[in-house]
Design a protein. Structure first.
Length: 445
């Protein structure tokens, strides 16, 4: 019996962080209609190439089209399901995160050119639409696949059934880290505060806040839009920002405000009941050579204390690490792609690859400079475990096999649900795809 391939691996959840949409959508031919959802031929061709570029297993275009139809089937029913809802705040936050990721990959001119939009604000709006659809699909799938689990017996049966098809595991590592931002001196902070106060004075004398934000703000999510964020509710941004922004009068400009992101100059643009439209200018401190030297010395000292047994890595992570997601678990890193603690060595960021090269399990690398949450930082990396390349087995990879078994069950639930919806869902497939031997009866033959 063959392991059923995952036909939904090419969804926007994978494509979006890499490229999202490469050109503006033009009506160049409707390839398919599922319920109220339209699939353009340009969408298929673009995403097909993207999936291949990312190394996804794409056997043929018919299979890829079927995958897109699965997504659209789920989406059209998600929009009709009153039990499915998404958070606008979560959508905005995710879109901003993706936008910041794009910004780290190239200049704004390159980004706007690649994504076929005129402004970063327009790109953010398009991202919010795509993110919202992804969240609707995910929420609907969670309802369909609810209460799916795999008992030890299920895992064993799954392994015995598919063990000849399960992949070989390349060398992997388990890692822990401590991340530390260089301390910005009071004198350096005052320089930034003076800069923002100078900008504020120019605005009060008649300059445009929007223009100053475009010129000086280092917030990739708003600078090209004149620093503007619209329809913001309390809790959307960090507490320091919220506390000031929601207490301003319309048109009023704050004093410089410090947050973990840097220093802000905030202007309340409009009050909308419980929400606000707000503009800000963000200046991110750039550590000086001396500030970096002090941080290196402190990180070297921390490493020495750990290796000499004066404190454990776990204790050091709790005391010093700026990574709020790992500082309470000893700095243990989780692979966001798999949800496990293991990372394929060859797929780690190059700085981490170089840092742990030649180390044995339990060793601590020398501190190195990195970027963490868009700020310059130092990272101390511990190589917890090296797992040599091997054929997957229950003994060494039980959690991974269990996850595979659960995913297989979830997929079967999803596929059964699709089969049950086919008869009552409007489906129209272009003649170009009538020859395809789809896994589902999209053609209703």
């Amino acid at each position: 019996m063959k392991l059923r391939k995952n036909n939904i691996i090419y969804s926007l959840f994978i494509l979006l962080p890499i490229l999202g949409f490469a050109q503006d959508k033009k009506i160049d031919g409707v390839a398919a209609v599922i319920g109220d959802e339209v699939v353009l031929e340009s969408d298929i061709q673009r995403d097909y190439m993207l999936a291949k570029q990312q190394g996804a297993e794409v056997p043929d275009q018919c299979s890829f089209v079927s995958n897109i139809l699965v997504q659209k089937m789920v989406l059209t029913h998600a929009k009709q399901d009153t039990l499915v809802s998404v958070s606008s705040e979560r959508t905005k936050a995710r879109a901003l995160s993706i936008l910041e990721d794009f910004k780290s990959r190239g200049s704004e001119e390159e980004i706007l050119s690649v994504y076929g939009v005129r402004t970063m604000a327009e790109l953010q709006n398009e991202l919010e639409i795509i993110v919202r659809e992804n969240q609707l699909i995910q929420s609907k799938r969670e309802l369909i696949e609810d209460n799916t689990d795999a008992s030890p017996e299920d895992v064993k049966n799954f392994f015995n059934l598919y063990k000849d098809e399960l992949p070989k595991i390349n060398e992997e590592v388990e890692l822990s880290h401590i991340v530390m931002y260089p301390v910005i001196t009071p004198e350096h902070k005052q320089e930034i505060i003076d800069q923002l106060n100078g900008i504020k004075k120019e605005i009060q004398e008649g300059a445009s806040f929007s223009t100053k934000a475009i010129l000086y703000s280092e917030d990739p999510g708003s600078s090209n839009n004149g620093g503007l964020y619209q329809n913001i509710r309390r809790g959307t941004f960090v507490p320091e920002f919220d506390a000031v922004a929601f207490n301003l009068e319309e048109g009023e400009i704050s004093e410089p405000v410090e947050s973990k992101f840097g220093f802000h100059l905030i202007q309340l643009d409009k009050r909308l009941g419980q929400a606000i439209d707000v503009r800000h200018i963000l200046i991110v401190p750039k550590p000086t050579d001396e500030e970096m030297r002090v941080a290196h010395n402190l990180m070297d000292s921390i490493k020495t204390q750990i290796t000499e047994g004066k404190m454990t890595f776990k204790e050091a992570a709790l005391k010093y690490s700026e990574d709020k997601y790992t500082r309470y678990n000893g700095g243990k890193l989780t692979n966001p792609q798999s949800g496990e603690n293991r990372f394929e060595r060859s797929k780690l960021p190059m700085k981490q690859v170089y840092a742990i090269a030649g180390l044995e399990s339990g060793s601590i690398a020398n501190p190195f400079e990195t970027d963490f949450e868009n700020r310059k930082a130092l990272e101390l990396l511990k190589l917890d475990l090296v797992v040599p390349a091997h054929k997957i087995s229950l003994e060494t990879d039980y959690t991974r096999v269990q996850n595979m078994a659960v995913q297989q069950k979830q997929q079967e639930k999803l596929f059964d649900w699709i089969d049950s919806q086919l008869a009552d869902t409007f489906i129209k497939i272009h003649d170009d795809y009538q020859h395809c031997e789809f896994e589902f009866n999209w053609l209703k033959k």
